[in-house]
Write a protein that binds this ligand. Structure first.
Ligand code: ZN
Length: 243
């Protein structure tokens, strides 16, 4: 676990020690609190959260905005479909689950708004991070120039091979040559740099895009990787909350 601890917000980057198995939480009975699962108890204590919200991730570019504690309380995690969450409410954790996809946190320092985004290659090709950012702009007046972004662990260009189906979906992006590398017979995709270039293309400053938590899930055995471990892979969670 890595904790990014700022005076105004906290980010939790989980790892394999959280031992999160999708079967544990996706089928949680409706009368059971998410905080009855040990990994979430730990999260609650470390982050000092009142609530934590996760969506049922579908590799889309849709998401939800949470504007009150009451609203957060009414959402049963893992039931509403979407791939980003946004809030301006303190002590409400916004979470994404990943095991090679890229978790992105956006922080608007001017308006005190945060977002958690789930960006695999499918969501990234649908520019999910930019959809989240424009929703922040619409709802709270966020400007790209006030954004600080944090990238969590994901599959990286050292390991992330991609097939022709995926290259077809990405070929219309003008910077495609900067994010696909051919080595031998394989093509490798740079998922974090792709998202970094998307953010920069709308005005997010390069030095406000923080990559220090972006470890490779496939190389690093302390992290869960779907590509490495297949169906039995666990998940790591990334959670952000305002203080
Ligand atoms: Zn790697």
């Amino acid at each position: 676990m890595l904790l990014h601890n700022s005076p105004l917000f906290k980010i939790y980057f989980g790892d394999a020690k959280d031992n999160l198995d999708p079967e544990q939480y996706l089928d949680l009975p409706s009368d059971k609190n998410i905080f009855s699962i040990s990994a979430f108890v730990h999260l609650k204590n470390v982050m000092k959260l009142d609530r934590v919200v996760f969506l049922k991730q579908t590799h889309s570019n849709q998401g939800e905005v949470i504007t009150s504690k009451r609203h957060a309380k009414g959402i049963r995690s893992f039931t509403i479909e979407g791939d980003y969450l946004i809030t301006n409410v303190p002590c409400v954790g916004l979470g994404v689950m990943t095991a090679d996809c890229l978790p992105i946190v956006l922080y608007d320092s001017f308006n005190q708004v945060v977002a958690a985004v789930h960006a695999g290659w499918r969501g990234s090709a649908k520019t999910v991070v930019l959809k989240a950012l424009s929703r922040m702009e619409k709802e709270f007046g966020t400007k790209a120039t006030n954004i600080r972004a944090f990238f969590g662990p994901s599959a990286k260009v050292c390991c992330y091979t991609v097939g022709d189906d995926m290259l077809e979906k990405l070929e219309d992006f003008e910077f495609i040559d900067r994010v696909v590398q051919q080595r031998g017979k394989e093509n490798y995709f740079d998922l974090p740099v792709f998202n970094k270039l998307l953010l920069q293309s709308v005005g997010v400053k390069s030095d406000e895009i923080k990559m220090q938590y972006n470890l490779c899930t496939m190389c690093d055995k302390s992290l869960h990787s779907h590509r490495r471990d297949g169906k039995k892979a666990g998940r790591q969670m990334t959670v952000v909350s305002l203080q």
